[in-house]
Unconditional design. Structure first.
Length: 69
């Protein structure tokens, strides 16, 4: 494994740890999905559209990036 593998793996594990902590602490607003809803203000029409556009653009780019090499 390379150093990059360890770094990316560590970031994923850290993120999973933060999410597990957020799920267990019982406080509203701590999970990644709750934070994402807040950051993009998805309860408003403009926020919902903004999130959808950003998500589709990212997912499209990532798919081409990974599959296309």
């Amino acid at each position: 494994m390379t150093a990059a593998d360890w770094i990316w793996g560590g970031l994923l594990v850290a993120g999973a740890g933060v999410e597990a902590w957020a799920l267990r602490n019982g406080r509203s607003g701590d999970t990644l999905s709750e934070r994402t809803r807040s950051w993009f203000r998805v309860r408003t029409p403009a926020g919902r559209v903004t999130f959808a556009v950003v998500w589709v653009a990212f997912a499209s780019w990532f798919l081409v990036h990974i599959v296309g090499g």
